[in-house]
Design a protein around this ligand. Structure first.
Ligand code: C2E
Ligand code: MG
Ligand code: MG
Ligand code: MG
Length: 293
């Protein structure tokens, strides 16, 4: 951070800065404790087919239950863990737990073996030299079919070093694991590279979906991104779907899947189990048909 201040680095000792360095240091220490004391847990948010309302998979999201501070959201601690390198250990845990838990739902036929568990990978995890070995070992330990695992990576992660990103992605694909681009539209990727990356799934960022149907520009961008992704043979998932109007617009524009509070909040494993049973029951009774018009 001092680097960013450049010639003005006398500001380094300003009150604000001191405060944030202290906070950062204490967070780093607390993250270590959280790892050792098992304060992290996972929730799973269903992804829904916009054609037939079936569950196509889930995204794993980490939660931190702090003994005094309550729930700390990933937006607050993941960036710190990324900076300190603690994300490698946390990320390994997330990957293994996700695969174990979802693999058991697939084996007991609660989830079809076409469903996928999507795990977020931070930049540091993506470039970690032991990533591929880690993925292989997790697949073996959890007995999850490789095609049931998907890794979500942001554009900015891929743009750090494009040539090596392409190589890593190709190695991941060789294992049979698929790749999703997370938060699409908010990073700095260029279309020249997007076409070279072996991407299976494109996730349209929530910021574009949020103001549908009020913002005509967001609607134009969303429709164009869906059309582009389809031409490049990618599956499109809309993030943050909260309303019936948004669902309607996305369906009109052939978006494949949706994720958001309209369908379900992120759920504990037990809640997910219940949601899957209930959703299947509703589907069989044709109860979702009105939502799909
Ligand atoms: P993300 O990967 O883009 O995940 C989607 C976020 O949107 C989640 O926030 C989810 O709870 C939230 N969300 C889903 N549907 C809706 C909706 O309809 N409305 C609104 N307002 N929000 C919705 P969450 O769980 O707080 O996670 C935030 C970010 O933290 C994630 O964004 C991801 O970048 C990161 N993250 C979460 N878990 C992990 C993890 O295990 N590893 C890494 N590296 N990053 C993670
Ligand atoms: Mg994600
Ligand atoms: Mg996202
Ligand atoms: Mg997002």
């Amino acid at each position: 951070r001092a680097k960013e201040l450049g010639r003005n680095n006398f500001q380094f000792f300003s009150e604000d800065m001191n405060q944030s360095i202290l906070e950062h240091l204490s967070l780093e220490k607390e993250i270590n404790e959280a790892i050792n004391r098992e304060q992290f847990s996972l929730v799973f948010q269903p992804k829904i087919s916009l054609f037939d309302y079936s569950v196509t998979g889930v995204e794993t999201l980490i939660r931190w239950q702090h003994p005094d501070k309550g729930m700390i959201t990933p937006d607050r601690f993941i960036p710190v863990a990324e900076e300190t390198g603690q994300i490698i250990e946390i990320g390994s845990w997330v990957l293994e737990q996700s695969c174990r838990q979802i693999s058991s739902l697939i084996r007991s036929n609660v989830l079809p073996n076409t469903a996928k568990v999507a795990v977020n990978l931070s930049a540091r995890q993506f470039t970690d030299p032991s990533l591929l070995a880690r993925i292989n070992s997790v697949i073996e330990i959890s007995q999850i079919p490789p095609h049931c695992l998907e890794l979500e990576i942001t554009e900015s992660t891929l743009m750090e070093d494009v040539e090596s990103a392409i190589q890593i992605m190709q190695e991941i694909k060789k294992i049979g694991v698929s790749i999703a681009i997370d938060d699409f539209g908010t990073g700095y990727s260029s279309l020249a590279y997007i076409k070279r990356f072996p991407i299976d799934v494109l996730k349209v960022d929530r910021s574009f979906v949020m103001d549908i149907p009020d913002d005509k520009n967001d609607m134009a961008i969303t429709a164009a991104v869906i059309a582009m992704a389809h031409k490049l043979s990618m599956t499109v998932v809309a993030e943050g779907v909260e309303t019936q109007e948004q669902l309607h617009f996305l369906r009109q524009n052939n978006c494949d899947e949706g994720q958001g509070y309209l369908f379900s909040r992120p759920l504990s494993l037990g809640q997910l189990h219940q949601f899957l049973n209930e959703n299947e029951r509703m589907r069989q009774q044709g109860n979702h048909i009105s939502l799909l018009q």
